[in-house]
Design a binder for this molecule. Sequence first.
Ligand code: GLN
Length: 543
Amino acid sequence: MPTKYIVVLGSLMSGLGKGVVTSSILKILDFYNIKALPIKFDGYLNYDCGTMNPYRHGEVFVLDDKSEVDMDFGLYERFLNKNLTGILSITGGKLFGSVIRKERVGKYLGEDVQIIPHLTNEAITFIERVANEEKPDVVVIEVGGTVGDIENSYFIEAVRQFSLRNDTVFINLTYSPRMEAVGEQKTKPAQLGFRLLLQAGIRPSFVICRSNDELPGNVKEKLALFANLEKERVIDDSDDATIYNMPLHFMEQGLDRLLIKDLGLSDARLDKRRLGAWKEMVRRIVHPSAKVKIAVVGKYTGLRDSYASVKEALVHAAASLDTGMEIRWIESTELEKGDLSKLQDVDGILVPGGFGNRGIEGMINAIQYARENGKPYLGLCLGMQLMVVEYARNVALLKDANSSEFSKRSRHKVIDLIYWQRGVKQKGGTMRLGAWECRLSGKDTIAYRAYGKPIISERHRHRYEFNNKYRSLLFKKGLVISGTTKDNKLVEFVEWGSGFGIGTQAHPELKSRLEAPAPLFVSFVKAASRAGIRNYSGNKRPD
Ligand code: GLN
């Protein structure tokens, strides 16, 4: 059967949660054992996300195949529980780049190259490539930005043309604001947004409406009337306790039935066992029977999206242990002066990845605090590098130990660029990226106990590494090296000799899913919950 398509378009404004809606639709199809894959279009002219600032754009997500993609891919993978590939990420940069390369080699000889048809055809070719290579039953295309933007206008035109030749269902995600003064949810902005889509030649089959409170029946009716839709095709997407409830909330409103009918896939059968397991995980997130408090000490804590995967991996691990997760976001610069009282009542401390100097000493203070006070510690990438720096300074007494990323003058660069990074001039796509296999040594380590097998694979995104010149010295001082690349050239995991302290050069958070939590996070949260039993004060589930 030829691949069918769903296109999710947002109107009015960004930040409505198009990624969550797209992921929820993917999950609904997955519950019906329909092979569904996402495509994300982003209008920016960067080739990929790798060169963007996480503080502005949110986290850069990395796939197994080394692609640096939009953080929505993190959502897709977390919901779908599948490893995705870079061809699913289409950017303005890739499309323009491809058209210009073709023009140079003479593919369009004699023609004047234009947005329509050349760029739009290129977009269509990118979409068709996914269908040809991956052969999914359904592709869900999320169009980044908002209808009416210049950046995505040619892509929307491309999907309109594409829909004339392929089974395509359009979905409009919109917003209904609540006017406090009148106490009413307004639909006029949504109507205007819908009209923009009609002007672009697109007639959505569903309106999914974001709002703070659940949409009352009369508001649904009004929206349906103006959108020429039956009322049941207006779907409520109001604030919820967890994003993982959205597929369930949409299914309660019958979106699954209608969508599957529209796609002509009515034979698909719901997998009740997997749906039930998902519901149980949602129940555990919303009504936890206990709570673990974790401090995340980072430098981008002002924008939570910068640490989206870390946050979700903590939530997944906690849910798998049937406990709640309370994250305390701590800006590391605030710990630089040595006042660490904010860490006193947490059950565990996590230092995530990051780049650049700012806030580094605050993170090192937090790590020292964890080590000296027996608080479980998890270091991710930069968090592992700083764990090594802290250990070198305070245990091995190499007082000016540092990473060469932060100090060129340090005499003990315990973290340094590896040889093949030294000559790198081009910044885009040149870090150590993607999935790398790692060999865990010794069965009596935190790492081995977490994974339960000797060879594992995690994703990477960094330039600096543990400096092998310091391996034996730090080992003699008690630092455990519990995992390396298979050729033993690069250190991947380090641990303290006692207590729960582990750092990894990888980003295990990138592979954590609600249905398959990251093993290292599960071990960490388990250790923290043991530490936290003393402090725990209530929050029992109301049965
Ligand atoms: N800045 C460090 C490096 O490049 C760590 C990167 C990270 O945490 N992702 O190696």
